[in-house]
Each structure stands twice: as C-alpha cells, then as structure tokens.
Design a protein around this ligand. Structure first.
Ligand SMILES: [Zn+2]
Length: 425
C-alpha cells in the first residue's frame, strides 16, 4: 500500500529560531526551505502528488501556492529536480485537482493541456481529467425506472469524465508518454462507480483512481469498492483519491486498493479543533498560543478596544516562557496551564481547554516521539502558533501516520510493493 503526499508547498524554514522567532536574513525560500522528505532520514510517504490546479492557481483554497516563477521552474526542471528528490526513492503523480474547479460547469483544462503538463513535469503517473460529482445516493441503484431518477448534472459530470478519460488515453498512447495513465472514476452510488471503473478498463486503463470520495462516509466508500471488486480485472489496480481512514485501510486493500493520497496528517496539525498532534495510540490537541500579529480576530478586538494590546502581549510572552521553562523542568504544569488559560480568555474567550492542556503536560507525548522534529523542537512542536511550528507538527504527524501504515503493510519494497499488478488478488 503506497501513500502519496499531495503537495501544497508547505515547507519549513530551517533557519527559523524558535526562541527569538527570527529567520536568517540570507534565507531564500525556494532554495533553503525544506520539504518533509528533506527533514526526515526516510521520507514519510512513498510518493508526491502534484495538482495542476494548485500549480496554476485555478481557484480552491490551496490556489496561489505557486508563484509564477515557481510554476515556470517546475515546468522547466521537472518534478524530481523541483522537489529535490535526487536519489530518494519517491514516485511522482500528477493530477488536475478536480476539487479546485468543482463549481465550474466544465473542467478548465483539456486532456491535451494536462498531458503536456505531465510530460513537462516528468511524472511517473498521470491522472485523467475528471469532474467531481457533488452528491451521493446509494438508493438510486435500486430506483426504478433507473437512470431518470439520477440528477442530470450528476450524469453529465460522469459523461464528461468518461469523454475526457477516453481522449486522455488516446492522446497518451499516441505519443511516447513515459507516465502511466491513471483513469479517474466518478460516480454517485456503488453501481455508478462500478460502471465507471468498467468503462475505464475497457478504455485500456490498468490503474484507476476513485474520485470524489472525500466527503463520503467510510461505509459508503466500502460499499462502492465492494461493488467494484467483482468487475475489477486481475491486472487493474485502484487508487483512492484523498481518502485516509487508516482504521479501514486493510479492508480497502482487500478490495483492490493499492495506493491512496491524503493531506489530513499535515492539515489536521493546524486545521483541526482538537486532533492536532498524532501519536501511535491517540491524538492530542495542540497548545494554543496564537501570535497577536497573525490573529485577525484578536487584532479586531484590540482595535475595538475590547483587549488591551500591552496586556495581551504580556500574556502571550508569559505562555511561551512558562512552556519553555516547563520543558526544561523549571516549572510545574499548573503554572503553565494557568498562563495558557489567562491568555485564552483574551484570544478565545469561549473554550476552556485547561483540562486538555493539563493532560498533555502530564502525558508529555512529544518526549516519547523519536522523529527529528520532536527531538529538535521539544515542546515547541505542541504549540499552535505560526506556520513554522504548525507545519512541523504536521510533518511529525506524517511521520507517525506513515510509520503506522508501514506497521500494517510492511516496509516499502516488501510485499506491499510487488508492482502494480496482481496486488489486488
Ligand atoms: Zn515527532
């Protein structure tokens, strides 16, 4: 089982000083900042997924992650040099990032444009152009008189996806593409997904990706895969787009899935309300010490006169000092919790996380983690504060996540990676 990490240019600056919160003046972002595979001794994923939507900045919350210069550089030097992969054994996959144009009537790219993008970047795998169907209803499989009950837009989007997959396969066969074409299946129910996979197999695809499943519940994903399994040819492999669910991953595997991608381990570090820090057995909340500068809500409260800026700054600094002293064994957990609480009343005012924080300071999860991030940062990895800490916590999560995956499936290059053929059996 391979895990592809979707890139959104979340790098960290190795010159960042956590004590003074300053950077090297000679830092050049593109040259000096580091990817997860440059931080850890072994990369915490098997491959990188790069979306044309993110590279081009065509809408979506991750758009604009690439500057024009970066985009040109990626196309000029190719994906391996751009990500500084060198001899690192990582595969590369390109896709369109269909969620970034999900609101459009049609995908903004042609099959031709996408193939040119894949060729220029030099990917190992290239996904066909697809259009996400914004809905799921398994009951439609039983409905009579059948297809008429399916919303027209859903059928249209599946049809668009078929046509683009057909064109994508034809064009990629027409020229010597070095990437393996991957056909994306879109559907609204188990039977419609199965039909999509069958169609892709008939078009010649030997690797299919299940798209649009991010919003689905695990039992719905399983229902679709179960319907697909009987029609899946022995030499066809399945990729799950954007789906994590480690608790179900062995079932996915039995149903033919050989690879998946997910941003969750990274993003939960700074997007989730409470599951910010992974460990093997559970997750922890991160200790919130927001920067006054970077926090729009707090700036507004300061401007409105609700919060005294000098006082807020004193409380903010007090939290960091207490946390650092705690990690050095120079102060008690109670003192840290009350410092965090005093600041929380200013920056949040609604939630009281004191009990949660006390638990974290009792369990000391970062001290038990062998990863490079936790070893180097200590308690700073637990602080919900600024991109340099938050992203590193995300990198740590990737480390924990990937280690768990390898525990389940064995080392890469072992039984989990016997090529893309026959693994579905
Ligand atoms: Zn760690």
């Amino acid at each position: 089982m391979k895990f592809f990490f979707p890139d959104s240019q979340d790098l960290v600056d190795p010159s960042f000083d956590f004590r003074t919160e300053t950077r090297s003046e000679s830092r050049i972002r593109q040259r000096d900042d580091q990817y997860p595979h440059e931080i850890f001794a072994a990369p915490p994923y098997d491959g990188i997924l790069v979306s044309k939507g993110i590279v081009d900045g065509t809408g979506g919350e991750s758009s604009g992650r690439y500057t024009v210069a970066q985009r040109h550089r990626l196309l000029r030097v190719g994906v391996r040099e751009f990500f500084r992969l060198g001899d690192i054994k990582l595969e590369t996959m390109g896709d369109c990032g269909a969620f970034s144009y999900v609101r459009e009537k049609r995908p903004p790219f042609s099959a031709r444009e996408v193939i040119d993008f894949y060729i220029q970047c030099g990917f190992d795998y290239g996904l066909s152009v697809d259009h996400v169907i914004l809905g799921y209803n398994a009951e439609l499989d039983a409905a009579l008189p059948g297809i008429e009950a399916v919303p027209e837009e859903w059928r249209e989007r599946q049809q668009i996806t078929f046509e683009l997959a057909e064109e994508f396969m034809r064009l990629s066969q027409g020229q010597a593409c070095r990437f393996t074409p991957v056909g994306i299946a879109q559907g609204w129910s188990p039977a419609s997904y199965a039909r999509a996979v069958e169609e892709l197999q008939n078009l010649g695809y030997r690797y299919v990706a299940m798209g649009g499943m991010v919003p689905l519940k695990s039992h719905e994903i399983l229902a679709c895969l179960q319907k697909v399994k009987p029609i899946l040819r022995p030499d066809v492999s399945v990729h799950l787009l954007g789906v994590t669910r480690l608790d179900r991953i062995e079932e996915f595997r039995r149903l033919g899935v050989v690879s998946f991608d997910s941003t969750s381990p990274l993003r939960q570090a700074f997007k989730d309300d409470k599951d910010n820090y992974y460990t093997a057995g559970r997750t922890y909340c991160a200790l919130r010490v927001p920067q006054i500068e970077g926090n729009a809500k707090m700036r507004n409260r300061i401007t409105a006169g609700e919060v005294n800026q000098t006082e807020a700054r004193r409380l903010e600094r007090g939290c960091i000092d207490a946390l650092e002293r705690f990690d050095q064994g120079e102060c008690q957990a109670e003192e840290v919790v009350s410092a965090l609480r005093a600041y929380e009343l200013v920056h949040d005012g609604r939630t009281d996380r004191s009990a949660t924080y006390a638990e974290i300071l009792r369990d000391l999860p970062w001290r038990a983690c062998p990863c490079e991030i936790c070893r180097r940062l200590g308690i700073h990895v637990m602080m919900f504060r600024g991109a340099e800490r938050n992203r590193r916590r995300g990198f740590h999560n990737l480390f924990v996540f990937y280690r768990r995956l390898r525990e389940i499936f064995g080392p890469p290059g072992g039984r989990s990676q016997k090529g893309l053929t026959n693994v579905a059996r």
